[in-house]
Design a protein around this ligand. Structure first.
Ligand SMILES: [Zn+2]
Ligand SMILES: [Zn+2]
Length: 389
């Protein structure tokens, strides 16, 4: 059963204002004009104008309805957004929403995120930086309604078939303020129970004052790959960046280390699951069969080989190569560097550079036990011709 359509409206890490973090998605069974979810809101109308000039049928509904193609303007498509889900309030993640807030028309949009993130957004709409266009109460009928998410292990329903779980992650230190918090979101398509994981800007656990990434990996591990095999995570810098110049972001070396932690969590979870399975067998099987089973299942050190088989990691938020240090586009350079590092670790994970305008359709197949190598089908429409099974 298909889950989500995701379009990368903007995926850069700055400073190009036409390519800032913003991902538009919808449940596959719905049309774009039924209501779009914006995951971060860095770029908006300008980026949409650019994408629609290159791909006029990007938001065409005919693949869903069979209807005749109708062109839609950028402002029309943007007006279909009903929920903004914001990882943190840095300008490169909220700029488009702020600029558009007064001109979208229609009903109030929910701005969903951590309470502290929404407080930061509220401060932008204080009347000094920008007019008061946001409120904590829908009854105020302002264009944006601030809707905080709990940071517990619960999923919150935000629409008829979409639920979301927020987890705090560290995005560096701010002098005098301590840790600056960003968010990771598990976004679930309720009818199929399929999820994808989306990280806001994030620093490595290995250098964070308050490391939280492992909590996210641990929560993800038990869902990989049947329920969850799509991860969006930033890698702002290319290889070789010194730790004291990361400014709350990841480099390929650190992203590989983080994915290795995920692989350890997956491997550990599977081992515990297999031991538990083995205990079930114990009640039913003969002593000899039991001994054989135990030897096969629990002997030897945990292997990470293939732990992330079937997982695709979409690399986001690459900082522009303004000095022209690289011949390839920087997002391809960084994704290649990450791929080489994870290949050396035999993690069996696919690294994909997100490109602006990329349309990702996640299609779930009937889940198989992970021991049989369950995989999903992913079709990426648009600028990439990658199709994998
Ligand atoms: Zn940031
Ligand atoms: Zn950012």
């Amino acid at each position: 059963m298909p889950a989500f359509n995701i379009i990368a409206l903007g995926c850069g890490g700055g400073p190009d204002e036409h390519n800032l973090s913003c991902y538009l998605f919808k449940p596959h069974e719905q049309s774009w004009d039924d209501g779009i979810f914006a995951l971060d809101a860095g770029s908006s109308i300008g980026a949409l104008n650019k994408l629609l000039a290159e791909q006029p049928e990007l938001f065409d509904m005919k693949q869903i309805t069979g209807s005749v193609h109708v062109s839609h303007s950028a402002s029309e498509v943007y007006s279909w957004i009903r929920n903004f889900i914001i990882t943190h309030a840095h300008l490169d993640h909220v700029n488009g929403m702020v600029l558009s807030a007064g001109s979208m028309g229609g009903p109030s949009r929910s701005v969903i995120g951590a309470h502290r993130c929404l407080q930061d957004i509220e401060s932008i709409f204080s009347g000094r930086i920008w007019p008061k266009l946001a409120s904590w109460s829908e009854a105020d009928s302002l264009p944006l309604t601030l809707t905080p998410l709990p940071d517990n292990d619960q999923y919150t329903s935000i629409a008829s078939s979409v639920s979301i779980r927020m987890m705090p992650i560290s995005h560096g230190q701010h002098e005098g303020l301590g840790t600056y918090w960003s968010s990771a979101f598990f976004i679930r398509h309720d009818p199929s129970a399929r999820e994808f994981l989306f990280f806001g800007d994030v620093e490595p656990d290995s250098i964070a004052a308050e490391p939280r990434n492992r909590n996210v990996w641990r929560s993800a591990a038990e869902k990989i790959p049947e329920q969850l095999n799509t991860i969006f995570i930033e890698c702002s810098w290319p290889s070789g960046r010194a730790d004291d110049r990361l400014y709350g972001h990841l480099s390929p070396e650190h992203l590989c280390a983080e994915l290795t932690v995920l692989a350890c969590e997956v491997s550990g979870y599977r081992k515990r699951a297999l031991v538990s399975l083995e205990h079930d067998y114990e009640r039913e099987e003969s002593h000899r069969a039991r001994k054989r089973q135990r030897k096969r299942l629990v002997s030897g050190p945990p292997s990470l080989h293939g732990a992330l088989n079937g997982v695709r990691v979409y690399v986001t938020h690459c900082k522009e190569d303004n000095q022209g240090d690289h011949q390839q586009p920087i997002h391809k350079v960084i994704a290649d560097q990450v791929q080489r590092l994870v290949d050396a670790q035999q993690l069996d994970v696919e690294i994909i550079a997100v490109e602006q305008g990329m349309h990702i359709l996640t299609v779930a197949i009937l889940p198989l036990p992970f021991t049989q190598g369950a995989r999903d089908v992913y079709i990426i429409i648009g600028r990439s011709d990658r199709t994998g099974i």
